[in-house]
Structure formats: C-alpha cells, structure tokens
Design a protein around this ligand. Structure first.
Ligand SMILES: Nc1ncnc2c1ncn2[C@@H]1O[C@H](COP(=O)(O)OP(=O)(O)O)[C@@H](O)[C@H]1O
Ligand SMILES: [Mg+2]
Length: 272
C-alpha cells in the first residue's frame, strides 16, 4: 500500500455524507486510566494544535508516556475517547486502527532500533513493511531522511556501534520515512548531555519547519521545551492543567505552571 492510499478516508465510518473534517488531528477527551490502585489519567482532555509542535511537560511518573501510548493506540482508556483524524480509535476495527497508526511516526525513549539490523535497514524497515516501493525508491527516501538527521555516513553501523544521540536521530529518521501527519516523541532528550539535547531539539524544530505536521514532544526538560515549543501542555495528577502558546506558558502567573517551568522548589508542586 502506498502512502497516498494511507491518506484516503477509512472505510466503515459514516454511511451517508462524509464526516466533517475534525477540528484537530489528535483529540483526547476525558481520558481515565487506572493501573491497579493507581489512577494515572483522571479525566485528561486536550486538543493538540495541528501543524505545530506541542511539548507535554509534567513531573516524572505523572502519566506522560501513558498518554502517548493512548494516542498511538497501544493502551485503551478505561473511560473517555482518543480521536485521531476524527475517529475514535477504539470504535474502529483492529485493521482500521492499524491503518491509522501508520500515519503516526513515533520516536520512543531509547530510539527502539532493532539491534540486529544496521542503521540503513532500521530506517528502511517501515517502507519495506508498509509500502510496495522498490528498493531503489526506498534507498532514495532512506538516504534523504538519514541526510536530514546527519547520519548518511553511519548507514552500515549497528545501533550499538553509535552514540545514544545518533540512535535517537536514527529513530527520528525512521519515524519520518512514511511521511507521517503526526510525530510523537517520548523524552527525545533522555540520556543525552545538554549539548546533544540542544542539537536534537534544534533538529526537531528544523525538520518540523521543513515538513510541517502535528508534533507532540513529551519531555521533562525545560530547555528542550523552550527550544521546540509552539505550544506547551502541562500534565499534573492525571489532568491537563495548562495548554497554551509557549510565550504564555513561560510567562504564566499560574503558580503550578510557574513552578514547574521554572524548576523552582517553592510552590504547590511537592514531592508526592
Ligand atoms: N503498563 C503499566 N502497568 C502498570 N503501571 C503502569 C503501566 N504503565 C505505566 N504505569 C505506571 O503509571 C505511572 C505513570 O507512568 P509514565 O506514564 O511512564 O510516567 P512519565 O510521566 O514519567 O512518563 C507510573 O507510576 C507507572 O509505574
Ligand atoms: Mg515517560
């Protein structure tokens, strides 16, 4: 199946007139999720701005990765809805959900590369799996993306032969090869030193400026948020407590937002 086919409307929706275009590509509505006794998401609602980079900030263990896994359909909410491209992803068939997921690029925390494949094959993998492109076409796309992230010289290396920062960039290139409408990053900065974090943040901004799309960047790193954000979302205690443009967030007078974005010890956010 080609990427053009992937952009076609999904079957099985409205039988009459086509559904109106959704207001946002990614909408999270009143999502609740509990693991055992712990209520992790507790009525979380957010509409991610299209064609912009939103960073999702919040303390460790607050449910940021759990939110990302809901958005990509790896976790099902106990209550509430995840709507992508205007469809409730748990009201479509498994096959349709799989098709929707192909329109997402995801960069997991560790890059999630296949250890047994070199960088070239890792980046080519989604194209070989999900498209019927020839190896020649694949090579062109893979090399374009690797060049974009500065890894064209590392194509023959195994993931364990390159640095953590390079692995993240390779994961980023792989997340981009199907030309996704939505790209999600789970702590792209984790495990990187401040200089590499800054370089990766700049790369995310540059690639977004070049290709557009709805980017959702989960992080607890304030400098990353300052570099990449068009919009900032703050999660606390299972709810989205703030969503707004980056300037507004960094100049907020809300005590929690202020404390969190300034990394201050004094304020409503305690150790609990
Ligand atoms: N599959 C799971 N089963 C049980 N508990 C989980 C699962 N996934 C996450 N949790 C718990 O949910 C909480 C939030 O996790 P997470 O979303 O990973 O936090 P973070 O904001 O740091 O990304 C943590 O306490 C974590 O242990
Ligand atoms: Mg996490």
């Amino acid at each position: 199946m080609s990427t053009t086919d992937l952009a076609a409307p999904m079957p099985g929706g409205s039988h009459a007139a086509p559904a109106p275009a959704p207001a946002h590509t990614v909408e999270v509505r009143d999502v609740h999720k509990r693991f055992g006794p712990s209520q992790i998401l507790n009525g979380l609602t957010v509409d991610f701005k299209d064609n912009a980079i939103t960073t999702v900030l919040g303390p460790s263990g607050t449910g940021k990765s759990v939110l990302l896994k809901h958005i990509v359909g790896l976790l099902e909410p106990d209550q509430g809805e995840i709507r992508v491209f205007g469809q409730n992803i748990w009201q479509v068939s498994e096959i349709e959900r799989y098709e929707l997921r192909k329109r997402f690029g995801v960069l997991f925390q560790d890059g999630a590369l296949f250890g047994s494949m070199n960088i070239y094959d890792n980046v080519a993998f989604p194209l070989r799996k999900h498209t019927d492109k020839s190896e020649r076409e694949i090579r062109e796309i893979v090399m374009d993306n690797l060049r974009e992230v500065g890894l064209e010289a590392a194509i023959h290396k195994a993931p364990n032969e390159i640095s953590g920062g390079m692995r993240k960039r390779a994961g980023f290139a792989r997340a981009l090869v199907l030309k996704p409408d939505v790209v999600l990053f789970d702590e792209p900065d984790s495990g990187l030193d401040p200089v590499r974090t800054k370089l990766l943040s700049q790369l995310i901004s540059e690639v977004h400026a070049e290709h557009g799309g709805t980017y959702i960047v989960i992080t607890h790193d304030i400098p990353t948020a300052r570099t990449v954000s068009d919009y900032v979302a703050v999660i606390w205690k299972g709810k989205m407590v703030h969503y707004g443009d980056a300037d507004g967030a960094f100049n907020s007078t809300d005590p929690f937002v202020r404390q969190f974005l300034a990394g201050a010890a004094d304020g409503p956010l305690g150790m609990d």
